[in-house]
Design a protein around this ligand. Structure first.
Ligand code: 2NL
Length: 356
């Protein structure tokens, strides 16, 4: 029992004296470890007679618990003071400038499509989409574009490798095949717009092998050229934000519409600067017409009952005019400086969500 008192005093002193977690762990091992002093004493119990063994056993177990508790308490105290020391040392410098917060930009093509969709959306049009890879029928044949038409020649169209049956798929040269697919699968009345990528083998300051179109199609029983004119005049004024913008319909030809027209908007070109609005000059911005009855029939729509109009425009061209972008090729260069200049900060850009 004397020995136990001495051991207890020694161990408690060691624990109290441990100045860090490592020293404390060493003290624990030397007391309670496999060869620790308390453990070694436990092993001597077997040599005592039963009476003494019980008394010594109880005392030893009590000592073991006391030491273990003391170690835990010391451990907590050491951890606290370590944290206090770290907190005293580490400071937050509130005067440090905040980390730069980079916000991406919306590409002018995406922004322009968004604005077009919003304008036509308010007029009751829905958006339709379709595949970029098309077959000859959907891209040309159904649209009344004859085999000898220049658009079907190798020169203008990207053809895919010939299949085993001799047919060749194409990268769609316009978004019209989506209208064809819609007419095949849905019943009139139809009122859709089709924004999307299109592909033609052409490359200069105003042409890119990949570009964007937005086409529209309305088919109903009494839809006529007056609806076509009203819709497109309204669209031109809305997209350029000019209420009294002059709009002119000039007779033209497309195989898929009859009659067909090209639409010009008023502008002035004084001093080499282009200004959209009244000014005596004209700028072509889209094509349109009444859907050729042959096209309706090709899609299984009864042309003696239904008629409609269609239109198409290049998204890049509208974006260049609206946002003063001089070279079409820069749209696809992924130059971040260009994107920071011409792109739109999401929260500032007019969007569908807030009705432009
Ligand atoms: C242009 C002119 C146009 C159409 C596209 C169309 C589609 C079907 C039936 C009839 Cl499915 N027409 N599309 C009609 C007239 C003009 O585009 O200058 N595009 C850039």
């Amino acid at each position: 029992m004397d020995k136990l008192d001495t051991l207890e005093r020694d161990l408690m002193r060691e624990i109290a004296a441990a100045g860090d977690l490592q020293t404390l762990e060493a003290a624990r091992v030397s007391a309670l470890g496999k060869k620790g002093r308390v453990t070694e004493l436990m092993k001597t119990l077997g040599g005592l007679d039963p009476e003494a063994r019980r008394a010594a056993g109880q005392a030893l177990n009590a000592l073991k618990d006391q030491i273990a508790d003391a170690i835990e308490a010391r451990k907590a105290a050491l951890a606290d003071s370590e944290l206090d020391a770290r907190l005293a040392q580490e400071r937050i410098d509130v005067s440090l400038p905040a980390r730069p917060f980079e916000v991406g930009r919306i590409h002018p093509i995406s922004q322009t499509i968004e604005e077009m969709v919003a304008i036509f959306g308010e007029m009751g049009f829905s958006v339709a989409e379709g595949p970029h890879i098309e077959d000859d029928w959907h891209n040309f044949e159904a649209l009344n574009i004859p085999a000898e038409h220049p658009a079907r020649q190798e020169m203008d169209t990207f053809y895919l490798r010939e299949a085993a049956d001799g047919t060749r798929k194409v990268l769609r040269t316009h978004t019209s095949p989506v209208q064809i697919r819609t007419m095949q699968t849905q019943k009139p009345p139809l009122r859709i717009i089709v924004p999307g990528r299109t592909f033609r083998a052409d490359y200069d300051a105003t042409h890119s092998p990949m570009f964007h179109q937005l086409e529209g199609l309305v088919v109903d029983e009494t839809t006529h050229m007056g609806h076509l004119k009203g819709t497109l005049v309204e669209f031109c004024r809305a997209i350029f934000g000019v209420d009294d913008l002059p709009v002119r319909f000039r007779p033209s030809y497309f195989p898929f519409t009859e009659p067909s027209a090209e639409v010009d908007i008023g502008c002035s070109r004084k001093g080499g600067e282009l200004k959209i609005g009244a000014g005596g000059d004209w700028l072509e911005i889209l094509g349109c017409g009444m859907v050729n009855p042959k096209v309706l029939e090709n899609c299984g729509i009864d042309s003696s009952r239904y008629q409609g109009y269609a239109f198409g425009m290049g998204v890049e061209r509208i974006a260049m005019l609206k946002y003063g972008i001089p070279d079409l090729r820069t749209f696809y260069e992924s130059d971040l400086r260009w994107l920071r200049h011409y792109g739109f900060v999401p929260i500032e850009a007019p969007s569908l969500v807030r009705g432009l």
